[in-house]
Design a binder for this molecule. Structure first.
Ligand code: FE2
Length: 310
């Protein structure tokens, strides 16, 4: 496995290297810096007069959960954030016509002892494909402020295509969508199913520390974890995902060796050019028919309902 910095190949072979378990870091995309700048402005406004990296010193966990529960859906669905994500994808050389993307998610990781549930949950070792991501999913992950090795993300590259004991059979995408209606209100205890590796001890863990303005690309089948934050500083990052429609149709993607969840996240993805989603006939053919009462997507309306339910 390799980590490629500014890999200079067309998008098709770049995706293949990611499906094969390698990582790519892109350091020269102007739109990444623009998204970082936009997120910093938003966070500065949200926490003013306090420094966002020290915000946890000024708001208790319940207040923080309330603030983030309102702000996160606002950011996720803002036209500016989505426009910048589309620019990042194009600037990276991915073909807009057959690339579909999901909305950008801001993530927060507070120092241990503060808010670590609900909107600020620290993910243990997991693959996104255990959360019903398709084999074609590529994750794009970027920090908003400088990272440190005690508040970043870790990869277990050696376990990429190896079976790892996990509880993904507890996870159903549509039930999870229904459960998310109350996530933001969770301050002290998790109520959502969160698939993870069982007692996983990586032989070696790789911690990548891209600078603000740089972005890591990795397959949704990659085993990764949030490092419990002992830095004293809040960590803010943004991630979004892409799926290539041609790869999806052709069945090209990462190996799925230990995935037992049900449902699919594929309906969350929108075309970069015209915002169209995959047609339902294709989705049903590739992933099977959902149950009649399934909550297929957790969209803006559901996010607003969730924020108001607190
Ligand atoms: Fe993840």
């Amino acid at each position: 496995m390799s980590v490629y910095i500014d890999l200079d190949v067309p998008a098709d072979p770049m995706r293949q290297r990611l499906y094969d378990g390698n990582l790519v870091v892109l350091t020269r995309l102007h739109a990444v810096s623009d998204l970082v700048e936009y997120a910093r402005q938003e966070l500065t406004e949200l926490f003013k007069p306090h420094d966002p990296e020290h915000a946890h010193e000024h708001f208790d966990p319940a207040e923080m959960a309330r603030m983030l529960g309102v702000w996160k859906p606002h950011f996720i669905h803002s036209d500016t954030a989505k426009k910048l994500v589309r620019e990042i994808i194009r600037e990276a050389g991915f073909q807009a016509e057959h690339t579909h993307y999901d909305v950008p998610k801001p993530r927060t990781s507070f120092p241990l002892g503060h808010l670590t549930t609900g909107v600020a949950f620290a993910f243990p070792w997991h693959r996104d494909v255990w959360y019903s991501a398709p084999a074609q999913q590529i994750n794009w992950w970027l920090p908003i402020f400088p990272l440190r090795d005690d508040n970043a993300m870790a990869f277990d590259l050696q376990s990429f295509a190896k079976e790892v004991p996990n509880n993904s059979d507890d996870f159903d995408y549509y039930q999870n969508n229904a459960g998310r209606l109350t996530t933001a209100a969770q301050v002290t205890r998790e109520r959502q199913a969160r698939p993870g590796a069982l007692d996983h001890q990586p032989g070696h863990q790789l911690v990548l520390l891209p600078a603000p303005g740089e972005v890591i690309l990795f397959s949704g089948a990659q085993l990764h974890a949030s490092i419990p934050n002992s830095s004293g500083l809040a960590r803010f990052s943004i991630d979004f995902r892409t799926v290539d429609a041609q790869d999806l149709m052709a069945g090209r993607g990462a190996p799925l060796v230990d995935v037992r969840c049900t449902g699919t996240a594929i309906r969350d993805f929108r075309n970069v050019v015209d915002e169209s989603s995959f047609d339902e006939e294709t989705v049903t053919r590739l992933f099977g028919a959902p149950p009649p009462d399934a909550l297929l997507v957790f969209g803006r309306a559901e996010a607003e309902r969730s924020a108001k339910s607190m």
